[in-house]
Ligand binder design. Structure first.
Ligand code: PHE
Length: 413
């Protein structure tokens, strides 16, 4: 491909003086962690979907919210900024904060970039999960690619006032109103308060669904160009208040092409943030790990099962095999004298935390003597340092001796 183009997902984009994406970042496009079955980000996404599906049934029992998780992260700067009323001189547009393919195309910096197109397509309630890209320092909480879940819900006048008795006189919109800290110029205060209440109640229920009844949340007023009023939700975690999402009543201008007679709320939450708190994952870089010790921890039968993350060591493993003849089977009535679990317990009790994993790697029966032999592989790894061959050999020897003494096996060491 042409030197003058950047290629993303098989499509070329001409370079210009704004181009600043790097090959490392482009390599992340298409990983779609939020769509990888059993990945913790997928798991959170599924739990949020399950909450919205079970809480909001449309007419006829089908889910009210549609879910979108496959929209291209390459968007126009118009989608990412202008469509959300972000002014031309707004600091969030800086080249230093975003990944541009060129002056007019970028990797989306938030899932809000798709709000207008989905509203325009006629949807009244949707969730949207996707990877988002922001230039940032890399540390345990920041990574230039992360994932967001956006939610939008629109309401007709009937829906907003449906539970208000004698509300015939009330309306959603007014013509000569003023913008105040509580509402937009075209909104009536009573409509906004009901939509705002619905938004906060929905999100509080969502967070309670994810974290359990005891979770403490608080609302902090804030500013976004595309919502007013706007709020951040904070969750109390290990004594600190942690920001988990931004939300607000959608600016009416965003609805004007297609849904101008409705009012809407929108929220955007960070999936990594939630997963880190919920599963106690200490480092955001782990989400990109291909290490099975990380990934297998999230394989659950039921997405609502609790997970408490077991940290991984960054030091290298050492493995050592152990083979032995099993004890001869005793007289008929006697219980089986050896089980693999006896051996696993013995390894655990001697090797302790140095042992990461024990697996049966080979088994055979001697053709003449009919004796059975097994071979186990023990993987040793320390959390805080690199183990030496020598110290592993000592522990391994102890395990060999104990297996013979306690389990009646005969070592083939
Ligand atoms: N897009 C905002 C962000 O990334 C979050 C947000 C979404 C705020 C929707 C309000 C409404 O910070």
């Amino acid at each position: 491909i042409d030197q003058d183009c950047v290629e993303v997902s098989g499509r070329p984009y001409p370079r210009d003086d704004f181009t600043n994406v790097t090959p490392k970042i482009l390599a992340k496009v298409g990983r779609d962690l939020h769509n990888q079955r059993h990945h913790p980000l997928w798991l959170i996404k599924e739990r949020i979907k399950a909450f919205f599906y079970s809480s909001y049934m449309g007419r006829g029992g089908n889910p009210l919210f549609s879910v979108h998780d496959n929209l291209n992260p390459v968007v126009t700067t118009e989608q990412n900024f202008d469509s959300l009323l972000i002014p031309p001189d707004h600091p969030s547009r800086k080249q230093g904060d975003n990944y541009f393919l060129n002056r007019t195309t970028m990797l989306r910096a938030h899932t809000s970039a798709h709000q207008r197109e989905l509203v325009k397509s006629g949807l009244d309630a949707f969730l949207l999960a996707g990877d988002v890209y922001r230039r940032d320092e890399i540390d345990s909480c920041h990574y230039p690619v992360f994932h967001q879940m956006e939610g939008v819900r629109l309401f007709t006048e009937r829906q907003v006032f449906s539970n208000v008795p004698d509300s015939e006189e009330l309306s959603l919109l007014e013509h000569s109103g003023r913008r105040t800290p509580h509402k937009q110029e075209t909104h009536t205060l009573e409509a906004v308060k009901l939509v705002e209440f619905n938004l906060k109640q929905t999100l509080t229920r969502l967070i309670t669904h994810l974290f359990g009844q005891d979770v403490e949340v608080r609302w902090v007023g804030c500013y976004f160009p595309f919502t007013h009023p706007s709020f951040e939700m904070e969750v109390r975690f290990q004594g600190d208040w942690l920001e988990v999402l931004g939300c607000g009543v959608m600016e009416q201008q965003l609805l004007n092409s297609g849904a101008g007679d409705k009012l809407g709320w929108a929220f955007g939450l960070g999936l990594e943030r939630l997963a880190m708190v919920l599963y106690q994952i200490p480092d955001i870089r782990l989400f990109w790990s291909q290490d099975e010790r990380f990934l297998t921890q999230f394989i659950l039968d039921d997405i609502h099962q609790p997970v408490c993350f077991q940290p991984l060591s960054k030091y290298p493993p050492l493995h050592n095999d152990i083979s032995f003849w099993l004890p001869e089977a005793g007289p008929e009535a006697e219980p089986q004298s050896f089980t693999a679990n006896d051996f696993y317990d013995l390894v655990r009790s001697i090797g302790g935390d140095l042992v990461e994993k024990v697996t049966l790697v080979d088994e055979f029966t001697h053709p003449q003597s009919r004796r059975r032999s097994q071979c186990y592989r023990i993987i040793y790894r320390h959390m805080e340092r690199t183990l030496s061959q020598q110290e592993v050999r000592l522990v391994h020897k102890e395990i060999e001796d104990a297996a013979e003494a306690e389990l009646g096996v005969q070592g083939r060491y």
